[in-house]
Ligand binder design. Structure first.
Ligand code: C2E
Ligand code: CA
Ligand code: CA
Length: 762
């Protein structure tokens, strides 16, 4: 949870950083684009101005050439025939496209083909031309033409380079008006063009773009255009206008605060003439602004999209964070609440136990318990009933807890408790109290419960490990007849390790024939006892040591290996019987122990039969021993198996009778042939009148039910005498012989063993 929050804040920071970087890049980019566009616009405008300068230049040049050329060949104009001269002027005028070309004598009198009788000696252009200048006049009003004109004037030289007159060409100023203005981005003119001389005098001006007002006026140097210029700036401008060839750009702000940009270029025809184009600043940069605007809009759109994305992301993460927290709460509930009991789970127990144990001043015990054969409860009464019992157990345990204690159902019917205790006695009392409560408070069911207790001596162990130790203790009392408890000790761990070791080796031991069958004679108690047969008892012989079945059979019953082992013993028995047959001993009965584990396997009787068939041993010579306690699991199943075994011809013996709780009344319907009275019974019977009576009763009852009786564990003369008196049919015990390997039993068969008379046919 924490890490996901961290992740989210990292992500948010990353987004912010990215965002900032983006903005910086955008500004740098925009700046770059702006200045690039700026310079591009400038050079574009410059190119256009340059183009226009060329055009104006050639126009002016053409007009000036017309007058200068004519002036050059007019030195004799005074002696020319007047009519001829006028015709010449008329033709020249028409060819040149000028309004009128005239000759003016030194007094200012005009010679014109239009016969105008006027004097222009007062005109500035006349005076200057008489001074030898080639003149382009400012725009003036021409009376004969009735319009505004510009005059191009050139001196006529007579002898000795004396100016003897002037040739002047009037040009319609409208012709220039049209060409002077400039259009940068289309049809409309954006810039107002001027021709200005070195004195700042405006000679020609394009049509006004600024209404009545014009920022330049009659003289640039005195105009609004330079109003904002410092003296120095103005000097620089004047200097520029006095250069032979100059061009450039200047910016200005007029009195009204309006900004202008002007481009200027010297007209090649005369160093004193300059083309001057004035743009309002917003027009000059209009194109640029358009671009910048577009980019700005794009940029804003981008920023908008980005902000939208970020906000959407934040909303989304916030929502998913909320959902995550909710899910986490739910998971915590699932992880910590056992839905079946309503109490804690293993996870909760582990957490709470850790916390409680950290309060080191208390003494704690870790208790594990479960119900023996709980699976059977589910099978018999259904899962609902099983669940009801588990819930009841949890309630009872919960009621029996003190402060600083906790418990939890770990799985199935397994519970863990963490209890505070002072002494072992104290602990035992607690357990007994819980057992009592469980036995009496659970309705409709009397559970057998096994408790394992680990006194927590090492608090550094993990909770799971502590549970393992309590479980080990529990296993040592499991499958007893009543609820019980055991304290964990080191010995148990050693045993567990030994069991692990055995489990690792068992299959290999079976394959390499380390399991051997021993035989213990069974003796008939007649006038003279004789050998009836034997019980097959398995041994694990490894490295010349003989391991008793008590060490491994219970383990094999738990892990299921007993099934393989029993069939193996059965085969070994058949093999031995075959050998004995060949030696002539065909009547020997051998009883073979079969674990109750087989009962759940429907193929069990047939498997035994097929083993006998493999060795051609009649099933009637085999007695199957199954312990009395097998009846607890299901008398019904036991009956069925017995019936099947009987139908296949086997003899059946109920082993260990009297060691448990079964009564003869209970077993009377089982189709068994032999009742095998447990050794424990016998140990008590000799000196105990009551035990004596019971054994007598059992033998009598068995007889009346059609069963033979055999007593095992007979060790003494007294026991033999007693059993003879009570008409017990057979005995088995150290009194006659201990279990022995095959060859030992063969010796007995062959009569080499004195103590037992052998019932030999031939
Ligand atoms: P069990 O079937 O009750 O076997 C009788 C046990 O009593 C044998 O112990 C035997 O050695 C012992 N015994 C016989 N006479 C006397 C006596 O006079 N005094 C004393 N104190 N003991 C006597 P063992 O062979 O150690 O077998 C123990 C148990 O292991 C058997 O009890 C049986 O339940 C089981 N077992 C042995 N072999 C097999 C087998 O092949 N399959 C299965 N499933 N269980 C087996
Ligand atoms: Ca037995
Ligand atoms: Ca027995």
């Amino acid at each position: 949870m924490l890490s996901s929050v961290k992740k989210q804040s990292y992500f948010t920071i990353a987004i912010i950083v990215l965002f900032s970087v983006f903005i910086v890049i955008a500004f740098v980019f925009l700046n770059g684009v702006t200045s690039k566009l700026n310079s591009e616009t400038e050079s574009l405008v410059h190119d256009m101005v340059h183009g226009n300068t060329q055009a104006i230049n050639s126009m002016v040049k053409a007009d000036i050439s017309t007058v200068t050329n004519y002036a050059a060949c007019s030195s004799k104009y005074k002696s020319r025939i007047r009519v001829e001269l006028m015709t010449e002027l008329k033709n020249l005028t028409e060819d040149s496209g000028l309004l009128n070309i005239i000759i003016i004598d030194e007094k200012g009198d005009v010679i014109s083909y239009r016969n105008e009788d006027i004097n222009v000696s007062y005109r500035d252009y006349f005076k200057r031309a008489m001074n030898g200048e080639i003149v382009v006049s400012e725009t003036i009003y021409s009376e004969p033409d009735g319009r505004m004109v510009n005059v191009f004037a050139a001196p006529i030289y007579g002898d000795y380079q004396r100016v003897i007159g002037v040739v002047a060409g009037m040009n319609n100023s409208d012709v220039y008006k049209e060409i002077l203005n400039l259009s940068v981005s289309g049809h409309e003119a954006n810039a107002m063009g001027y021709i200005i001389d070195s004195n700042g005098e405006v000679l020609m001006a394009g049509a006004s773009l600024f209404g009545d007002y014009t920022p330049v006026g009659d003289n640039l140097y005195q105009s609004d255009f330079v109003a904002s210029f410092t003296e120095q700036e103005l000097a620089v401008l004047k200097d520029e206008f006095n250069k032979k060839d100059s061009h450039g750009m200047i910016k200005s702000t007029d009195n009204n605060g309006k900004e202008y940009v002007a481009y200027y270029a010297t007209l090649g025809v005369d160093r004193n003439l300059h083309y001057f184009a004035v743009f309002p600043a917003d027009v000059a940069y209009g194109k640029l602004d358009g671009y910048v605007n577009k980019i700005l809009v794009l940029f804003l759109f981008f920023i908008g999209a980005l902000i939208f994305t970020v906000v959407a992301y934040l909303i989304f993460t916030y929502n998913s964070f909320k959902a995550l927290r909710k899910a986490n709460e739910e998971i915590t509930k699932v992880a910590y609440e056992d839905t079946l009991t309503g109490y804690g789970t293993w996870g909760k127990f582990e957490k709470d136990a850790k916390y409680l144990l950290s309060q080191s001043y208390r003494k704690f015990a870790f208790v594990s318990f479960d119900i023996d054969k709980f699976k059977a409860i589910n099978d018999m009464f259904g899962h609902e009933e099983g669940n009801r019992i588990l819930k009841q157990i949890a309630d009872i345990v919960n009621r029996n807890l003190n402060n600083h204690e906790t418990f939890s159902r770990i799985n199935s019917d397994n519970f863990y408790l963490l209890l505070v205790y002072k002494s072992d006695e104290d602990m035992i009392d607690r357990i007994k109290k819980i057992i009592y409560a469980l036995e009496y408070e659970i309705t409709n069911f009397a559970p057998v419960i096994s408790f394992g207790i680990y006194r927590i001596t090492d608090t550094k162990l993990s909770i799971r490990k502590m549970g393992d130790l309590a479980d080990i203790a529990k296993r040592t009392v499991k499958y007893g007849e009543r609820s019980a408890y055991a304290f964990y000790n080191e010995e148990m761990l050693r045993e567990i390790r030994e069991e692990k070791h055995i489990e690792n080796e068992m299959q290999n031991a079976l394959d390499s024939h380390e399991f051997c069958v021993y035989y213990q004679p069974k003796v008939s108690l007649g006038e003279t006892p004789y050998l009836m047969g034997a019980e097959a008892l398995v041994r694990w012989v490894k490295n010349d040591t003989v391991v008793s079945p008590a060490k491994f059979i219970p383990l094999f019953e738990r892990n299921g290996f007993i099934v393989k082992l029993d069939y193996y013993v059965m085969e070994q028995v058949c093999y031995a019987m075959k050998t004995w047959e060949s030696l002539g001993y065909k009547d020997i009965m051998v009883s073979v122990n079969m674990s109750r584990v087989h009962l759940s396997n429907p193929a069990f009787p047939d498997t035994l039969k097929s083993i006998c068939d493999d060795y051609a041993i009649p099933t009637s010579r085999i007695e199957i021993e199954i312990t009395e306690s097998a009846a607890y699991e299901s008398l019904e199943v036991l009956t069925k198996v017995f019936e099947k075994l009987k139908s296949l011809g086997f003899h059946i013996s109920i082993d260990d009778f009297g060691s448990g709780y079964s009564s003869l009344n209970m077993l009377k319907d089982l189709p068994a042939d032999v009742l095998k009275i447990d050794r424990a019974f016998l140990t008590e019977s000799v000196n105990n009148k009551r035990a004596n009576d019971i054994i007598a009763y059992v033998i009598k009852m068995a007889g009346s039910l059609g069963m033979d009786t055999i007593c095992e564990g007979v060790e003494s003369d007294e026991q033999i005498t007693l059993l003879k008196d009570l008409h017990c049919d057979m005995v088995q015990g150290y009194y006659y012989a201990r279990p022995m390997p095959t060859h030992g039993f063969e010796e007995i068969l062959k009569g080499k063993h004195e103590t037992i008379r052998i019932n030999k046919e031939n």
